[in-house]
Design a protein around this ligand. Structure first.
Ligand code: ATP
Ligand code: MG
Length: 550
């Protein structure tokens, strides 16, 4: 059962207060991605938070593209973000683009100039940084800070008309170069960028900066609670300054929460984009990436991601969440839903020498013993089967309970078999092994004559369906980055292992995104891109075992 009653947290409490006090009749939140990459699991935390909390209080949530930087943004990202939000199970109320507000933002900047609260500055980016000062030293005023309102209005107009080159001038707020809060030391409001924007084309060559644009976007849409990550805590006074001085009717409240970090996972879009651009992974939806599209292709379900995001909760903490917690939620979600089946990833042929030639019998097995409603399946059995290479050893160590010469094991859903011969080629490689079976020991027959210690899985050879298995390890080996190195120096060369094996015949015709639990191997998802009618390709989502405790 999905629980979407958000656990009590400081944001929820604030909203309850604001509704009780009559400050707001209805709350409006927003999810404001910049369309400069694909969404990742960190964004999911923000999506779940914003949509769940609005749902809980019959409010609304907008999807707003924060598209104020034409250099990095693309329509491809807009489309993927919409798809991912929908896939996660959410429906937005309004769909907006910050770029649709460019004219209004420009007018607000003019208002600030008229009020003597903004000026055009000719300092270069480096000089501005130098003049800004440090935490211990106050900044210095720019020599252009005292330009008259008229001159500023004229220059800003000329900036808009394209009379200057990129970087030649900026518009800055005139606040306080000595403020202990560095974000208030005359922040840049507009910069020049002669670039084509995905939405507004070549209409603009000046673009608003995040700290100016974001509060205006929120206020224009009537957002009541603007939830953002902790890095913006310092920016809150500037956020409030912009809303007040631009004389916005609506006064949204910015509230910060801790961003999600996961162990063994790099979440920044910049790094993910680098991996994709350099072809170190197979696109944004590579199943090793923490992108929503990668998790989807890996086999994560929307339910499991939502539950994970709710369970980690909303705090001011900055620690990393163990990635095993995410894995816990997909196991939980698939436990009752995923059909059980058998697949052999490292095949070894077994000939059952006392089983009649040309005979195939059908054995019955539950589709999911934890969910009887799913019914039963038929599995063929005959004289030749495949087992895992790992499940046989010619010279086993002590406590090896699987197959070895002279030992008997149980074949899951079938019979006991005992190995009596190992067939090798000239160089000593094992080609196949020979066993006998005991018809008395058929699964479900109630046989109690003797016990065996090992149970192994298998696939009947003549009808087996060839399948590819893709097993994953973390993409990043270690998150502690040494000085002078980057994440690229820590890429795990074994993050993907591709194996060719066999699955039960009833797996023919598997569709992309179908999910199964393979006996002893874990949960798998049929890859939606690589699976063909003839050959399923399975991504391992997670193995079965975990030491993780919630
Ligand atoms: P990145 O640094 O990965 O590029 P971003 O914050 O620049 O992320 P945006 O597109 O600006 O990405 O983010 C959209 C929304 O998602 C913002 O409100 C942001 O706070 C939130 N968000 C992004 N990353 C995380 C995260 N790891 N945990 C929680 N919320 C996040
Ligand atoms: Mg960003």
């Amino acid at each position: 059962m999905e629980n979407n009653n958000a656990a009590s947290n400081f944001i929820r409490n604030k909203i309850i207060d604001d509704l009780n006090s009559g400050k707001h009749k209805q709350i409006i939140t927003r999810f404001p991605p910049e369309p400069n990459g694909y969404l990742h699991i960190g964004h999911a935390k923000s999506i779940v938070l914003n949509f769940d909390i609005a749902d809980e209080f019959q409010g609304k949530t907008n999807l707003r593209f924060d598209d104020t930087n034409p250099l990095k943004e693309d329509i491809e990202y807009v489309e993927s973000i919409k798809e991912d939000v929908k896939w996660l199970g959410y429906e937005w109320d309004g769909l907006f683009f910050a770029s649709d507000y460019f004219e209004e933002m420009y007018e607000k900047a003019v208002l600030l100039i008229q009020k003597g609260l903004a000026y055009v500055d000719d300092l270069s980016a480096d000089e501005i940084r130098e003049y800004r000062g440090t935490l211990t030293e106050p900044g210095k005023d720019s020599p252009y800070r005292t330009r008259s309102v008229e001159e500023n209005l004229a220059l800003f107009q000329e900036m808009r008309e394209g009379q200057f080159k990129d970087g030649e001038k900026v518009l800055r707020a005139k606040i306080d170069m000595a403020s202990p809060n560095l974000t208030l030391r005359d922040p840049v409001l507009y910069r020049i960028a002669h670039a084509t924007h995905h939405n507004t084309g070549d209409q603009w060559c000046i673009y608003p900066m995040y700290d100016f644009a974001h509060p205006l976007e929120d206020a224009i849409e009537g957002i009541t609670h603007s939830l953002c990550t902790l890095e913006f805590e310092e920016h809150r006074p500037l956020y409030n300054w912009v809303i007040a001085e631009c004389e916005m009717e609506c006064q949204p409240q910015q509230i910060e929460f801790g961003r999600l970090n996961l162990t063994n996972t790099v979440m920044s879009k910049r790094f993910l984009k680098q991996l994709v651009d350099e072809k170190r992974v197979d696109g944004w939806d590579d199943p090793r990436l923490p992108t929503i599209s990668g998790l989807r292709r890996r086999g994560y379900t929307p339910e499991s991601i939502r539950q994970f995001c709710r369970e980690i909760g909303v705090t001011k903490g900055r620690g990393a969440v163990d990635v095993q917690m995410l894995e816990h939620f997909i196991r939980e979600d698939l436990k009752l839903k995923a059909p059980r089946t058998m697949g052999v990833v490292h095949p070894l042929k077994v000939v059952i020498t006392n089983y009649p030639e040309n005979q195939v019998e059908m054995l019955e097995a539950e589709i999911n013993p934890e969910n009887e409603e799913m019914g039963h399946r038929q599995i063929p059995f005959s004289r030749e089967i495949y087992i895992e290479q790992d499940d046989f050893m010619e010279n086993p160590p002590p406590k090896y309970f699987r197959l070895y010469p002279g030992n008997e094991v149980r074949l899951k859903h079938a019979y006991f078999i005992k190995c009596h011969d190992v067939i090798k080629d000239e160089s000593g490689n094992i080609l196949e092994i020979h066993c006998t079976y005991d018809p008395e020991t058929k699964s479900g027959s109630g046989f109690t004559g003797r016990k065996v210690k090992g149970t192994i899985h298998w696939v009947e050879a003549s009808q087996a369906v060839s399948a590819e298995f893709r097993l994953y390890e973390p993409l990043i080996e270690d998150e502690e980055i040494e000085e002078g190195k980057t994440f690229l120096d820590y890429l795990n060369p074994h993050s993907l292992e591709v194996l060719q094996g066999y699955v039960e015949p009833n797996m023919k015709g598997v569709q992309g995104q179908d999910k199964y639990q393979f006996f002893r191997h874990g949960y798998f998802n049929a890859d939606p891109v690589l699976t063909t009618e003839e050959k399923p390709v399975f991504n391992r989502i997670v193995s079965l075992k975990s030491s993780f405790k919630l």
